[in-house]
Structure formats: structure tokens, C-alpha cells
Design a protein around this ligand. Sequence first.
Ligand SMILES: N=[N+]=NCCCCNC(=O)[C@@H]1[C@H]2[C@H](O)[C@@H](O)[C@H](O)[C@@H](CO)[C@@H]12
Length: 449
Amino acid sequence: MAEGGFPPGFLWGAATAAYQIEGAVDEGGRGESIWDRFSHTPGKTRDGDTGDVACDHYHRYRDDVRIMRELGLAAYRFSVAWPRIFPEGRGRPNPDGVAFYERLLDELEKAGIQPVVTLYHWDLPQALQDRGGWPHRDTAYRFADYAAWMFERLGDRVPYWITHNEPFVVSILGHVTGEHAPGLNDPAAGFRTAHHLLLSHGLAVQAFREGGRRKGRIGITLNLSPVHPASGSPEDEAAARRVDGLINRWFLDPLFRGAYPEDMVEHFGRLIPLPEASEDDMRLISQDVDFLGVNYYSRQVVRHDPGELFLQMRQIDGPGPKTEMGWEVYPAGLGEILRRLHEAYTKAPLFVTENGAAYPDTVSPDGAVHDPDRIAYLRDHLLELSRVIAGGVPVQGYFLWSLMDNFEWAHGYSKRFGILYVDYPTQRRIWKDSAYWYRRVIEANAVVE
Ligand SMILES: N=[N+]=NCCCCNC(=O)[C@@H]1[C@H]2[C@H](O)[C@@H](O)[C@H](O)[C@@H](CO)[C@@H]12
């Protein structure tokens, strides 16, 4: 392949998530989620922003799919809101809830766009949170019931299923730092959450396999980052290894090696009561997946800091340019993480299930949205991806985060990741320069200027 080229059939997509774009939180029988409760809790999100309306995708999905077709997307990654399917998280399914997703699948099918469905992208039914949430083992079995019901109902129409999106973020930001729903500061709960998310993934994979004739493929999506030491000192190297041990290896090792990383069990075991990891659990967790989804944004640079309780480390800024999130633009990190996965963890196909950047986009007087920084970010990461694939790593698709500006969790609507600008007061979608550029990349199946 020429420099910047991609293999024939490479799956070009874009990604979103239910709570970030749908809105209509009280329509169609949807139950409350932990993000409804969290975002309506004063002080938790910027300016008190909530997902009540978001991008109103629940009502505008037909127009949004039309734009996806005009972009030339081959696939679209979205998540199903569990509280639309099971408003109480369990028990009787809600027919209006699944009907929305069936309508969305109809539109995607008409547009020739493959659906990639994430079953859990952070919006746990509040009723399950009230019964203990992810720190409570029973929640893993409720997720498996929800997943099994979805496989039965939509299994013939969905070629790619993703059980979870970023268990690290759900565990740590939701239950340790408290930046995300449900906003806990309880490390022991964080590690129980991580185990139960992985267990629920395993139970869902088992249900998927037992469903027999399954056309689709199933996997999981992890946020993975290379972790570099700020200096070559042994202390900084060790700090980097510890951070790598939490962000990357705490999830990769159970999934692909059937055990939590020994060095980190030792490290955290001294500080926190860790959940029991039975052989049965680890066998379920480490069943083969058909693919691994990787969300890549940036690398981490860390130095030793004996005063920090959890990992004795301090994250520092890398030298590169920063996006609006303060994340360093570091395209080489995408190649580093993908090559490491293929060499050290799995020969399964990989997908970049999220990659993108937030910048302070504005609508120019000419009505256009000029976002050269985002085009540069995407171009550099796609050039790196092309090199990785040319080197033999089986990456089969790329999903840009995000199709449209949306509710950026605790940052509310202040951060714009979309290649479509959303003018929230009117809900107009405005193509940014990066949308026109991405359409040309897809047409060429190669990076273009
Ligand atoms: N150590 N550490 N730090 C935490 C690293 C968190 C990185 N954030 C993500 O990966 C989230 C992912 C999410 O799927 C999507 O729903 C979010 O909108 C994007 C953009 O934020 C990304």
C-alpha cells in the first residue's frame, strides 16, 4: 500500500454514544440512568449541563443517517441505552425502547451503513444503581440478561457487538475520582466495578456464543494509552509501569491472559481490599473475542511522586501541542499501542473504535467551520495507522470520535469533538472542514491533503 493508503474493505466509520446525543430522556418509556441523576446533581457537570436534549438524535436520527450516507461512512458505532430497553434495568423489556433502535437500524440498512452496537456506554439504569450498581456482583448478571435479550432481538441485524466501552473510565472516574457517574470516591468499589464489568463482558460473550448461529462478531472496547516516564530514572520508569499497570494491563491481562497483573495485585493489594477473582470468573472473562476495540486519544507522561497515595505518580504534560481537553497530540502512541497489542496480547482483529480531538470550533461569518487543527490531528493519526497496518497489524476499521458535537460528560457541551458542528439552540448540523476532508479520505481509502 502506498504511504497513507488502507487495505480494500477497510471499515471507515464514526462513533457516538446514547446519553451523549439522543436526548428525549423521558420519552419512549426510557427509565432514569445514573447519568441523568449525576448531571442533574448540582456541581457535577459544567454549567449544570445535562443530556436531557443533547443533539435530539432520538427525533433527528433519519437526518443524521442521511448525513452519514453523504459522508460515505461504511459503518456507524453507536450505543444502546440500557434504560430504554429495561427501564428498571431488569424484568419486563420496554417495546418502545427497542423500537427506536429498530428504526435506526432500518435507516442504516437503507443507507448501506453497517451498525456497530455498544451495549454499555456508561448509562446504567438508576434502579440498578439503587441496588448497588457495578460494585455489586448481581449487576453483572443483569447486564448479561440485557445483552442476551438484545442478541435474541437484534442479533440477525447487527454484525458487530461491543459489550463495554472503557471499563477503566467507568471504574476509576465513576467510582474512585468521582468525576463521572455515579460520582463515588471508593477505591474498593472501583476495583469491584472493574471485576464485575469484566465478568459481565464474559457472561455476555458466553450468552452470545451459546445463542448458536450468530452472524455477528463480539468484542470489547478499551481506552489504551502508552505511558512514558518523564525521565530515565528508575523511579520514573517504575511509576510509568504502575500507571501502565492500571490503565492498560489491569484490563488487558484478564481478557487475554486470564489473570490480573501480578505486580499490580501486589501493589494495590497492600492498599485496598481487592475482589475475589475465582478461576471460574477468570475463565469467563478470558474467553476469545472476535475483535478488540481500541479508543486512542493520547499518551500519558508520568513521574515518580511518593506523596501520591494510589500510584505514587504524577501525570505531567508532554511537550507536544494540546487539544482543548489538554491532551497531548501524540500520533506515534497509536502505533505503539496497536503494535504492542498484536505482539503481546492478541492476534485478533483490532478496530480503532474512537480517535479524535476537541478544539474551540466556531461558525465563521461565511457559515463554514474551519477546523484545521482537527484535520491535522486526524491526518497524523491516520498516517500512523496506515503504517501500522502496512507493518502487518490487522486493524480492520477506524471510527472517528465523533460524528457530531455532543454532551462531553462532566465537561457538558463546552467541548466539541464532532466533525459536524451542532448549533444547539437550532439543532442544525453544520459540516466542519474536517467532515469534507474525512469524506475525501473515505472516497480515496487513503489519507489525503
Ligand atoms: N488516565 N486517564 N484518564 C482518563 C482517560 C479518559 C479518556 N477519555 C475517553 O477515553 C473518552 C471516551 C469516551 O468513550 C467518549 O464517550 C468521550 O466522549 C471521549 C472524549 O472524552 C472519550
